[in-house]
Design a binder for this molecule. Sequence first.
Ligand code: C5P
Length: 219
Amino acid sequence: FQPKLLQGRRLLITAGPTFEPIDPVRGLTNLSSGKMGFAMARAAQEAGAQVTLVAGPVHLDTPAGVRRIDVRTAQQMFDAVLPLAAQHDVFVATAAVADWRPAGTSDAKIKKQADRAVPVLELVENPDILAAVARLPDAPYCVGFAAESHDLARHAREKLQRKNVPLVVGNLGPATFGRDDNALLLVDAQGEREVPCASKRALAQELVREIAGRLAARG
Ligand code: C5P
């Protein structure tokens, strides 16, 4: 692994799930472990980059030399990322951001009562962090991720266009969340390339090579 591939580059990475509170003890979240984003942060730092990692609630140690900002909700992740984005050369959105949050959060625990109807949860849409960063006038080079249950290539290409980013990385492995390995599908305007199953550490190093090559080609 070439250690200085990203020397002098600044990378901003989101990782993990978000947690959208319903009341003080309940919320909506997903099964993202944060492992891929943390592996990316470590590999980029080892390749010489200055790395800022914005992490949702995860149980992972901060990679050495990485600046970490902890957040809980999608809105907090958005608020942390947007002001920092233009100071970075690359934005890698590995976080599994909740698409929706409860329309309101109760300050007190919602109690179950025999005579009360089952509560109905109204949801509102969260801001799309990746799309917002890609829209900035001085946007960094943006890399999106796609975790899908079916039609990965089609969905990854659709994200490429809808979010207007140059590279989307699809999780090919079944049920990648929480695992230590995965296979990837890299999708860009030119086509697709499969990266065979490997540890998330090795995949992160491969993505660092890929991103470094794209930055160099861009000049
Ligand atoms: O289609 P979807 O919105 O799930 O696209 C996933 C990609 O977009 C991932 O890179 C994810 O980190 C990013 N994303 C985001 N903010 C959202 C939703 C997704 O940055 N609210």
